[in-house]
Design a protein around this ligand. Structure first.
Ligand SMILES: [Zn+2]
Length: 502
């Protein structure tokens, strides 16, 4: 047998492998099976195999796939036979088969299992792919129908439950087939986030407090302004199932709450509280919420001279000679407040302590109930809700008129803009009505000192209390005069009581 003859007699085989989920084991096994079949037939493997990992058998394959590379290799004459383990590893779409079979190309396809060889019979391959294609279509229709029914029953799409809930697997569901159950531990974070935010804490502050308390997100990551914000915007916490959205990423801010379906799980948060939180956040960029504060009074106390909010800064002690003569002690860094216009910079620890003492003694007086802003009797939340529903219905009727051709685009747009304005107004009234007074939980506490120093208390909470009670004014004192005790602090710090705290 001469080499020229051998070249023609021995088909050069390209190996193709595919799976739709990333998993190397499956690909490696397919290639091993193909290689063994090539050996068994005494054929030759031509070049490296073409493994398409994480590529679907039913959707169009892009130019970056190994499939596309394989087609190019055939066009430049690199192989004669394409081998796969089974037909469905090749494709589940007839379009792909038309790419490799005449008239477009004449690639001979051989399978390890199922006995396909297009040299004998082209019909079987096409029939098998047609069947696979039909199966894919039926499965997709069935899945879409099931998803519609599931949504109508208020069940969320399968996947990860949001922080605060646990996803219940099909086998473990109750009679109502509930998908989300409350995760007691994580739910604490969600409730705290809403409570703090509606009491006036900034997003960054809430995140910082969670991190300080050693709380982590589901992934074990630190909390950020953005993750706190996503929690506050998420309708799932009020057991509201948002309408499905097209597009790759889910946009929380564009969800229309009136278009949500009632979810079939226990809410963690009242709907009004969610509306209030969203009302404060939608359309507001995350970084508009200010920076996180590490100290009680930064950004809160003001300079007595220029009335500007003070900043916190790091001060450093001068290296001092040790008493025992063993050289100098290293300089230490400590927390200070400073005026942005340079009117003073002084130790912050003692000022924080002083203001804390003033707050505790004010909250220990028997009249704390009087500190609360009176809940306006004129705000009727139920009435606001019925107004909300009425506005939603009018919106629907405008859309119907537009669809029926009884209104022009301009007329409809004007009416919808007007309705949106009214809806926003109602929402912010609801938000005001349900916003939590920062002092509310202090009304029935017996020990203000214990409350203030409780480890559970966050810096954000203490700051909202200071802010509700008073304006802290820091005075510059004579150069070189250090504020070291509470008495000295009382000279440097002036308390301007607010409204009902006077
Ligand atoms: Zn100043």
């Amino acid at each position: 047998m001469d080499t020229e003859h051998a070249h023609h007699a021995m088909p050069r085989v390209a190996l193709y492998a595919r799976q739709s989920v990333e998993e190397d084991q499956g690909i490696a096994q397919q290639i091993a099976d193909c290689e063994e079949e090539v050996r068994r037939r005494g054929w030759l493997v031509a070049g490296d195999p073409y493994p398409d990992n994480d590529v679907s058998g039913s959707t169009t394959r892009g130019s970056k796939t190994q499939w596309a590379k394989m087609l190019k290799a055939f066009d430049s004459g690199e192989f004669d036979v394409l081998m796969v383990t089974e037909v469905d590893r090749l494709t589940r779409s007839l379009t792909d088969v038309l790419d490799i079979r005449p008239p477009r190309r004449d690639i001979r396809v051989v399978t390890v299992r199922g006995g396909i060889d297009t040299e004998d019979d082209d019909y079987m391959l096409k029939q098998l792919v047609l069947l696979a294609e039909r199966e894919v279509k039926i499965k997709a229709q069935r899945a879409a129908r099931y998803a519609r029914e599931r949504r109508r029953a208020g069940h969320p799409s399968p996947g990860k439950a949001p922080h605060g809930y646990t996803w219940v697997a099909a086998a473990n569901r109750d009679q109502a087939s509930t998908r989300y159950i409350i995760d007691r531990d994580e739910a604490v974070d969600v409730r705290q986030i809403f409570k703090e935010f509606l009491s006036g804490s900034a997003l960054g502050q809430i995140a910082r407090d969670l991190n300080t308390a050693g709380r982590a997100t589901r992934k074990g990551a630190r909390w950020h302004t953005s993750t706190v914000r996503r929690i506050l915007m998420n309708p799932l916490y009020a057991a509201l199932l948002p309408p499905t959205q097209g597009g790759a990423s889910f946009d929380l801010s564009s969800i229309d709450l009136s278009a949500c379906t009632a979810g079939a799980w226990e809410p963690l948060i009242e709907r009004d509280h969610l509306v209030a939180a969203r009302d404060k956040l939608v359309g507001v960029k995350a970084n508009h919420q200010g920076t996180a504060r590490k100290w009680l009074l930064s950004g809160l106390a003001i300079c007595a001279v220029c009335r500007q909010p003070v900043r916190s800064a790091r001060g450093t002690t001068h290296p001092t000679a040790r008493k025992d003569g063993s050289g100098t002690a290293p300089s230490r860094s400590y927390h200070t407040y400073r005026c942005v216009n340079g009117h003073f910079m002084r130790g912050g620890g003692i000022i924080d302590e002083f203001v804390s003492e003033v707050c505790i003694s004010r909250l220990s007086k028997p009249d704390t109930l009087n500190l609360l802003a009176p809940k306006s009797d004129t705000v009727d939340v139920r009435l606001l809700h019925s107004q909300r529903i009425a506005l939603g219905n009018r919106r629907k009727s405008v859309l119907k008129q537009l669809a029926a051709g009884r209104a022009t685009d301009e007329e409809a747009e004007e009416a919808l803009d007007d309705l949106a304005d009214q809806l926003r107004a109602v929402d912010s009234e609801i938000a005001r009505a349900v916003a939590v007074d920062p002092l509310a939980e202090l009304v029935d506490i017996e020990d203000a000192r214990a409350w203030w120093h409780d480890e559970e208390r966050t810096l954000a909470r203490r700051r909202t209390v200071v802010e509700a009670l008073m304006t802290v004014i820091i005075h510059p004192v004579g150069y070189g005069k250090r504020v070291t005790g509470l008495d000295a602090a009382s000279e440097a710090v002036e308390i301007g009581w607010k409204g009902r705290a006077r």
